[in-house]
Design a binder for this molecule. Structure first.
Ligand code: HGA
Length: 616
């Protein structure tokens, strides 16, 4: 989503702000802007629609210099991408705010503030923040005190940076549901929505926690926690190993990326969850209006992303009550498709440059909704500046960060999270999902990163099980319901990096053919959460055991499955059925990784494969 950069220093900070924006630009943008307290003591701003380079050009024509400033790249949720809607937003000429996130009670606040005489100059939700802050500032006299009072009235998600010409000694920050990090310098300090933006100026960072408010001055940082108490947040030294371009303590990128999943899932959720519901606007300003018209969903993707789409189909039909289809893009693009009225076209791709997926989108868009075409297109993608994002009506970016290992891991689980957000949003807007169910799933989503961490703690157990595969040539993966695509993804991972032939079947299909293959040389991997299909699955497993097949079962601890002759049970943390596909993916990724390591293959760059499949 959007990016925030801020600075308070002794030197001119304009170039630092612009460089910071450029580093965040890969996530997506539609406009950019900055406000600087200039050397003449005036708050000045420049804003431009389009890339940061447009803003840079504007600054080349009309330079700006100062020692205190805030900057933003915007990805619109409320109000079209235009110069007047670009951040920073001002109240009068003294106060400027940039904001990441969504203010849900913006309409009520807008009315209230208009009643107080404030005139709005944008269509954004953000502008209510700056006027409300101005209102409080007039009553309370101090910017920090006024910000603390302001955030109490905001509902929704925000990462905020604030400056005022009246108190130009400080840069203020507030975080709730949208990340912020302070960059610590010598006699200068910085702020950003991601430390990536600040690596040009410092390697020491302090991460704000939920509800924190920070007062950042040139030579000091003071933070208050959500309950108003002063707190000290640990400052951490960045070292190269912590970032994508380096494997750090891990032997392979793939293992590092597997272990990053709790963090990137958390990031993908940030700014997108309200107290008990999904913030539908996270899909873009027109999302709510469009989603209300959706009667059907067509998902198109390739490889791992296709498996994410298959899981989503179960969710969309079961939770949101929407008929859904999913198809591999290389087939879909050449078919004469009959489009049901009111169909939302959803494409999924890590890179957003997958040739078949792009072609499918372009074909899908060829006819408009009034000519038998799709209602609208939505991209679920990890790269904000990709073709898929540019050419789709709506986007939800996964926040997996750069994925280097060719076999996709964290991109898949963040896609699943994005698709769950889509499911809940469609169910919410169309009124097909009970409020209580949505609230429960939102709560579960918040707990998901912790559950993923618990699953990853079983790394050593999975490594031992991998030994069973080292000498094998074939493997079978079984699942039922939404775990069937998880089994498919598990088989794909094993094929990709260990070169063992693996196939996935819905467990009920076993006796319709594949059972003929089962013998002691064919390990059978099963994902068995504790759902209503468990008893049926247990019978399928008996069918395997009866033929001497070796069983590896990843099961909910509460499913009461036990180890036995030829049966290896790995107990998983308990999770709701709906989110189980995300959790159960992790041990399968670890399994394929350790099998590949044992077999000595090139884990990160398996033979014959490429990361971003930009050719047909
Ligand atoms: N709601 C604000 C900020 C949007 C945002 O965080 N995008 O990533 C706006 O629409 O300007």
């Amino acid at each position: 989503m959007c990016g925030i950069v801020g600075a308070v220093a002794e030197r001119n900070i304009t170039a630092i702000l612009v460089e910071g924006l450029k580093r965040l630009e890969y996530r997506g943008y539609d406009s950019a802007g900055l406000a600087v307290f200039n050397n003449a003591g005036v708050l000045e701003r420049r804003r431009r629609v389009g890339k940061v380079s447009e803003l840079e050009q504007a600054l080349a024509g009309e330079p700006l210099a100062g020692r205190l400033g805030i900057a933003h790249t915007r990805w619109a949720t409320h109000g079209a991408p235009s110069e007047r809607n670009a951040h920073p937003h001002f109240s009068g000429s003294d106060l400027a705010v940039v904001h990441n996130g969504i203010i849900e009670n913006h309409e009520a606040l807008r009315k209230q503030l208009q009643g107080l005489g404030y005139v709005f100059s944008s269509d954004t939700d953000t502008e209510v923040i700056v006027h409300l802050l101005d209102h409080k500032l007039k009553a309370l006299g101090d910017l920090t005190v006024a910000l603390k009072a302001t955030v109490k009235d905001l509902h929704g998600a925000y990462g905020l940076a604030v400056i005022s010409a009246k108190q130009p000694d400080r840069l203020l920050a507030a975080r709730s549901g949208s990340p912020l990090v302070i960059g610590l310098g010598l006699g200068e300090n910085f702020l950003a929505s991601d430390q990536l933006a600040l690596r040009q100026v410092t390697d020491r960072f302090m991460y704000l926690e939920e509800g924190d408010i920070a007062e950042i001055r040139r030579d000091s940082v003071q933070i208050w926690s959500v309950d108003g108490q002063p707190v000290v947040r640990e400052s951490v030294q960045y070292h190269e190993g912590a970032e994508a371009a380096d494997k750090g303590e891990y032997r392979h990128f793939m293992l590092k990326e597997i272990h990053e999943q709790p963090k990137v899932v958390q990031r993908t959720l940030e700014g997108r969850l309200g107290t008990d519901h999904v913030l539908v606007q996270a899909f873009g300003p027109q999302a709510a209006e469009l989603f209300a018209k959706v009667q059907n969903v067509q998902i198109v993707a390739c490889g791992t992303s296709f498996h994410a789409g298959m899981v989503a189909r179960y969710w969309l039909e079961e939770l949101a009550g929407i008929p859904s289809q999913v198809e591999v893009a290389s087939e879909f693009r050449y078919r004469k498709v009959v489009v049901q009225p009111g169909t939302l076209f959803v494409s999924i791709s890590q890179s957003g440059e997958t040739a078949d997926t792009l072609a499918a989108l372009r074909n899908g868009k060829a006819k408009g909704p009034d000519n038998g075409g799709y209602l609208a297109s939505l991209a679920i993608c990890n790269v904000g500046i990709s073709s898929l994002v540019r050419e789709s009506d709506l986007t939800l970016l996964t926040q997996a960060g750069p994925e280097i290992g060719v076999a996709s891991t964290k991109a898949f689980t963040t896609q699943l999270v994005a698709l769950m957000l889509l499911t809940l949003s469609l169910g919410q807007v169309r009124g097909t999902l009970a409020k209580g169910v949505e609230a429960e799933l939102v709560e579960e989503l918040r707990r998901l990163p912790t559950r993923l961490g618990e699953a990853l703690a079983m790394d050593g157990t999975v490594e031992k099980i991998a030994e069973l595969f080292a000498e094998k040539h074939h493997a079978l993966f079984l699942g039922r319901g939404a775990q069937y695509p998880v089994a498919m993804e598990g088989a794909l991972k094993l094929k990709e990096i260990s070169y063992i032939h693996a196939e996935a079947y819905p467990a009920g299909e076993l006796k319709h053919g594949p059972l003929a293959l089962v013998d002691a040389d064919m390990p059978v991997v099963t994902v068995a959460p504790n759902n209503e299909l468990l008893e049926k699955l247990k019978s399928n497993l008996q069918e395997v055991r009866a033929r001497g097949g070796e069983l590896i079962v990843f099961a909910d601890g509460e499913a009461n499955m036990s180890n036995g002759e030829g049966t290896h049970v790995v107990n998983m943390p308990h999770i709701s059925d709906a989110l189980a596909p995300i959790l159960y993916t992790l041990p399968l990724q670890l399994l394929s990784y350790y099998v590949a390591v044992l077999r000595g293959t090139d884990v990160d760059q398996p033979r014959n494969l490429a990361k971003s499949v930009t050719v047909e």
